[in-house]
Design a protein around this ligand. Structure first.
Ligand code: ZN
Length: 349
């Protein structure tokens, strides 16, 4: 057999950012695209829900009352996974039973006072307020000597285990660098030391030249389905300028970030005409006091859906024991997202 073709033949792709492999099996998706649209979720939420602990003026479980906020609102999570006051200590038995104390802080960010909105239904100026809050939080938390990494993220939709539909995100800031950014740190540093350019700057240049996996662009950011994507409609949002964190963005770049997040999430919602579930988050340099010129600001979107509003991808079987695997190619997914309108389906009709 000759003529290896990534649209036909099973192959492994290398994730240059994490140093891991993914198995791609395009022959398994040769069956025609079902394209079947599930009925849109009938769920119509009120603009204000008296039982929601994130809505303005409501009382949270710890008795605190939310202010009557009119844009964004941030507070320290009442049921945090990380705590600030933890005794220093650890366990080490023969290098095999190892544990160490971990401290940090968990913050909750309400994106909007409106209970019934999500990012794709918000205006660009409203999303810009969220971006500005991310910048403030990253700066403040990252400046603390006991915080060496700040993870900003959003878990959207019941499918992702999100317990409250009020539009909100989270920030977990902690003493150590967690595994996902730590892997990316290792790969980015090795690349930077060899080339004196960031890994993602060079990767972005290749993608812009090929135009096979680009979804959308604006003056300062590009969204693409990465060559090594694992999730069916996974995307990577990359800053054109190789900055290390969001505090370095200019006013115009912050505006552009809000614009591209809005346009991408509208496309996601339009794909299956539902409020599209995902986990998304920014990856930025550790806040350990070093400059980290190897780091290149980016944002990951990991949606679980595969073919329709009700068919999701599971990471099971071979994926738990071998490598992650996908059937539809990243190029196919990028094409689907590129074909989507940027008018939210709820605005049509
Ligand atoms: Zn990353």
């Amino acid at each position: 057999m000759s003529g290896f073709d990534t649209t036909e033949h099973p192959h492994r792709r290398f994730n240059a950012l994490k140093g891991e492999w993914v198995l791609v099996s395009p022959h398994r998706s040769k069956r025609p695209w079902q394209g079947q649209q599930e009925a849109p979720e009938g769920e119509q939420r009120p603009a204000y829900d008296p039982s929601c602990y994130l809505c303005p003026g409501n009382t949270r479980a710890n008795g605190e009352i939310n202010p009557a906020y009119d844009s964004t609102f941030v507070f320290t999570n009442d049921f945090a996974a990380l705590q600030e006051q933890v005794p220093v200590g650890g366990v080490n038995e023969g290098g095999l039973l190892r544990a160490e104390a971990e401290s940090g802080v968990c913050r909750v960010i309400c994106f909007s006072p409106r209970h019934d909105l999500t990012l794709p239904e918000m205006t660009t100026p409203a999303i810009r307020q969220v971006v500005d809050l991310w910048v403030d939080e990253f700066r403040t938390l990252g400046a603390r000597p006991d915080i060496n990494y700040v993870q900003i993220f959003e878990n959207k939709g019941q499918m992702m285990g999100c317990s409250n539909p009020h539009p909100h995100g989270q920030i977990w800031a902690q003493r150590t660098v967690p595994m996902e950014p730590a892997k990316e740190s290792t790969e980015q540093l090795a690349y930077f030391q060899q080339h004196q350019r960031t890994l993602l700057a060079d990767y972005l240049a290749i993608e812009l030249e090929k135009q096979e996996r680009i979804v959308i662009e604006n003056a300062h950011f590009v969204v693409l389905v990465p060559f090594w994507a694992v999730w069916p409609f996974e995307t990577l949002l990359i800053a054109r300028r190789p900055v290390q964190d969001i505090t370095q963005l200019t006013d115009e770049e912050r505006e552009a970030l809000a614009d591209i997040i809005r346009r991408l999430t509208i496309r996601y919602d339009n794909l299956f005409q539902i409020s599209f579930p995902y986990s998304a988050g920014l990856h930025q340099r550790p806040t350990d006091g070093e400059d980290h010129p190897e780091w290149h600001l980016h944002m990951h979107f990991y949606p679980p859906l595969l073919r329709s509003a009700t068919v999701r991808k599971f990471m099971v079987g071979y994926e738990m024991l071998g490598d992650p695997q996908r059937d539809i190619t990243p190029e196919f997914s990028a094409g689907r997202l590129r074909d989507m309108s940027e008018v939210h389906y709820k605005q049509v009709q």
